[in-house]
Design a protein around this ligand. Structure first.
Ligand code: DOR
Ligand code: ZN
Length: 444
């Protein structure tokens, strides 16, 4: 059911920090009213016993299309997202070809518009040659800069290019902060073929902090908006806090795996746990949690990086880095509520309000009149154990296999359409590119 006008009835919604029963009237894909009772004549979507959260916005996914569709594509990635309560994703540029030209950007736009069941935004990837194109790219959620090489080999080391970008870019500059020279030096000094547990030393916290410092200095000097991707250590968060005190415009995200897993996962599972930046030693997640609870972190973003299990089970140098988790996005965060690490209001802030604000996504991130009717209707009592056989992402595995999670989305609505529910997926309509409130500069 996705009529033009209907009411989601009986769900509990967060109202000033506590859960209260509210009806949500949906009209033409938007929220028309949120009240204890709305238009009795409107058709009903019965949500009694469920809570309604704003659809999650995952500001960091790798959906792999074009080029690497054996790992994921827009259709499979967006189906996984919907199961995790995610209604908007922002996709990274390290596809094949990479999203580093206006032509590749238009190609990805067409693929996403044709295949995605969730709304989407795209990042443009910076290279040493394309800074003017990056600055001219209309409608992108931001420009992604790899200061150290990761999957896809996009890396920018030219100071002149970075200066130009930070001086002129009006969009969020999303930085993968790991310092290339320090990583190469660590590799050389290891003097033997690396094993999975060497990963953390080869891509150290020091390397992350060094790259972050470069980015923070640029952001401060030019007044640019820096967004730090997948912060993995407390030391980085502390630098970010210091830079904010100096006036830097800097936002950041943390990935679930850096909050929930540590190096012991690599000890047990080898390269399944290989990810850039790496899982850190025991104790580091707790220090991230402590800062996250203090409000230092703007969003949780999955960094969903699907690789097949067979690819991950290769030797250290052959196994690709990256962990999938978009389809567990809300279940993992809600499990953190059950474990007393977060409040439900924090989940909403980190999964919806925060990313919408950081990236300026119009109409997204809140259950309020006038906003898009992007909703995750969640059964807080539903318990399920994560199993590889049930994974919807084409990668077919999860670092959280065997975890028992309580609190799962039952229905996920995208702009008032039941995109995912007990009946399965609505494959008849497609996601849209996010509205950033800027003109795309196109003539009609
Ligand atoms: O571990 C990672 N995997 N880090 C990245 O920066 C890229 C990602 C991928 O695309 O697989
Ligand atoms: Zn990533």
């Amino acid at each position: 059911m996705s009529p033009e006008r209907f009411a989601v009835r009986g769900a509990r919604v967060l109202v000033r920090g506590s859960l209260e029963r509210r009806d949500i009237l949906v009209q033409a894909g938007r929220i028309a009213e949120v009240a204890p009772e709305v238009d009795r004549d409107a058709q009903t979507l019965d949500a009694a016993g469920l809570i309604a959260l704003p659809g999650a916005i995952d500001a960091h996914v790798h959906f792999r299309e074009p080029g690497l569709t054996h790992k994921e594509d827009w259709a499979s990635g967006s189906r996984a997202a919907l199961a995790g309560g995610v209604t908007t994703v922002l996709d990274m540029p390290n596809t094949v070809p990479p999203t580093t030209s206006l032509e590749a950007l238009e190609q990805k736009r067409r693929l996403a518009a044709g295949g995605s069941l969730v709304d989407f935004g795209l990042f443009f990837g910076l290279t040493e040659q394309n800074v003017e194109e990056a600055l001219a790219a209309d409608g992108v959620a931001g420009v992604k800069v790899f200061l150290g090489a990761s999957t896809g080999g996009l890396v920018v080391r030219s100071e002149a290019v970075l200066e130009r970008l930070f001086a002129a870019c009006r969009k969020p500059i999303v930085v993968h902060a790991e310092e290339e020279n320090l990583m190469q030096a660590a590799r050389t000094s290891l003097g033997r073929p690396p094993r999975p547990l060497d990963h953390g030393a080869l891509r150290s916290v020091e390397a992350a902090v060094a790259a972050l410092q470069t980015a923070l200095e640029l952001a401060l000097r030019h007044g640019a908006h820096l967004h730090v991707a997948h912060v993995s250590s407390a030391a980085e968060l502390d630098r970010i806090v210091e830079a904010r005190k100096l006036g830097a415009r800097v936002t950041c995200e943390v990935a679930p795996h850096h909050l929930l897993l540590d190096e012991s996962y690599v000890a047990a599972q080898g390269c399944r746990g290989k990810v850039n930046p790496p899982l850190r030693p025991a104790g580091e997640p707790e220090r991230l949690w402590e800062r996250l609870r203090r409000g230092v972190v703007d969003c949780v973003a999955s960094d969903h990086a699907p690789h097949l299990a067979a690819e991950k089970d290769r030797t250290y140098d052959e196994a690709p880095s990256g962990l999938p988790s978009v389809e567990l996005f809300l279940p993992l965060l809600i499990e953190c509520v059950a474990r007393g690490r977060l409040g439900l209001a924090d989940v909403v802030r980190l999964s919806a309000e925060g990313p919408a604000q950081v990236f300026g996504l119009r109409g997204k991130g809140r259950i309020e009149r006038g906003y898009d009717a992007d909703l995750a209707l969640v059964d807080l009592q539903a318990g399920r154990t994560v199993e590889a056989s049930a994974i919807r992402s084409r990668c077919g595995w999860s670092p959280y296999e065997g975890w028992s999670l309580t609190g799962w989305p039952v229905v996920t609505l995208v702009r008032g359409r039941i995109a995912f529910g007990p009946q399965g997926y609505d494959a008849s309509s497609r996601g849209r590119e996010v509205d950033l409130g800027e003109s795309r500069g196109e003539s009609a």
